[in-house]
Design a protein around this ligand. Structure first.
Ligand SMILES: N[C@@H](CCC(=O)N[C@@H](CS)C(=O)NCC(=O)O)C(=O)O
Length: 175
């Protein structure tokens, strides 16, 4: 659907999901959707200008260098009709390992990405990290103890649900 001309014309010219429709607004880019939801609800909202900028810094890092690589990696490895080229997968895995290392170090000295309370920066960064290790071929939590503890912390927050429990279309047909 996101690739059809109709979708680009009527839903999102960038040809991507997610898209958030709320009242008269139609928003895309997960960081924009998260910012809007945090401002509207007051939940997971960075507290000050410094926090807002810091959250944006981590959301951009995430979109480009963590989930921005994990998404295509998982797609090529697990979902694509043609298996991914090993050179491409190797390149992406190297970038993912580097980004996971940066995040793990960040979380060594603070419970959440910005400090002592969870914000939209955490919600952006966890995006793909609860998917089963088999989908990646490596176990993120087993190899990064600070990320593992942070994922448990977020999982304990009120209202947390596994992505497969809230997204339509899982399990995929034939899997
Ligand atoms: N930076 C965007 C990335 C969105 C994105 O790449 N979404 C994927 C699915 S998870 C998509 O729509 N891919 C379709 C395509 O690239 O053709 C965001 O955070 O919303």
């Amino acid at each position: 659907m996101p690739r059809t001309p109709e979708y680009r014309e009527n839903v999102n010219e960038m040809g991507e999901v997610p898209v958030l429709v709320h009242g008269g607004k139609k928003l895309s880019q997960s960081g924009v959707c998260l910012t809007y939801l945090a401002e509207r609800s007051g939940k997971f909202r960075p507290d000050s200008e410094d926090e807002r900028l810091e959250a944006l810094r981590w959301i951009i890092f995430d979109n480009q260098k963590l989930n921005g690589y994990l998404g295509p990696y998982r797609f090529l490895r697990t979902l694509a009709k043609q298996p991914g080229d090993p050179t491409v997968l190797g390149f992406l895995k190297g970038r993912i390992d580097n980004s996971l290392g940066i995040l793990d170090k960040r979380l060594a000295s603070r419970p959440y990405v910005l400090g002592d309370h969870p914000t939209i920066a955490d919600l952006s960064l966890v995006a793909y990290l609860y998917y089963p290790p088999e989908e990646f071929g490596f176990d993120i939590a087993a190899n990064h103890k600070n990320i593992a503890a942070w994922l448990d912390r977020i999982k304990s927050l009120p209202g947390w649900r596994h992505p497969y429990d809230v997204m339509p279309g899982h399990p995929l047909p034939g899997r």
